[in-house]
Design a protein around this ligand. Sequence first.
Ligand SMILES: Cc1cc2nc3c(=O)[nH]c(=O)nc-3n(C[C@H](O)[C@H](O)[C@H](O)COP(=O)(O)O)c2cc1C
Length: 184
Amino acid sequence: MAPAMTNRITTNSFTPDIGDASEPAALDPRAFRGGMAKLAAAVNVITTVHDGEPYGFTASAVCSVTDTPPTLLVCVNRSNRTHPVIAASRILCVNTLSGPHAELSMAFAGGSAPMVERFGHGEWASIVTGAPALVDAAVAFDCRVSAFHEVGTHDVLFCEVVAIRESAQTESLVYFDRRFHRLG
Ligand SMILES: Cc1cc2nc3c(=O)[nH]c(=O)nc-3n(C[C@H](O)[C@H](O)[C@H](O)COP(=O)(O)O)c2cc1C
């Protein structure tokens, strides 16, 4: 009699545990956040301006999409005060922070202070779109938002880069294991 077939695939070096074909149980969001704490990420401040008022927040959910056309994606919580302002202005600047910017990053990461007080940290000068750009950011990507895509609590923003300004900073600011680290 032929042996019963199983859905287990075996190689010399790897035995994946495929399990049964039913839908997996949803992962606990706390487990997801714990895993994400181990994914080191550059720290950015996303800024915009509308009716002359600057807005901004700290974000690590930023990555390259394509160079043709030059496009970044940025994930923004819809409860974030800056979200409706970007939806209105359709511009933003991704300011990628450098080694000395941990305090500035925390100023843009919470608290009830008026938005304009956040911009008391650092020196800001816009590039093309008018969104505030941090003068000594490692690099600033000035963007027009081309699309919004809703996923759960966040919107994924596709952002066409219209100008770039680099500084002479030699360090990157990285968030890993719920702490800032200076790299470089
Ligand atoms: C290291 C770090 C990374 C963050 N990344 C994001 C992000 O990618 N997207 C986001 O919407 N919020 C992110 N946040 C949270 C926002 O910075 C925070 O909720 C901010 O207070 C929102 O601005 P508001 O207080 O003006 O609403 C991050 C915070 C920190 C400290």
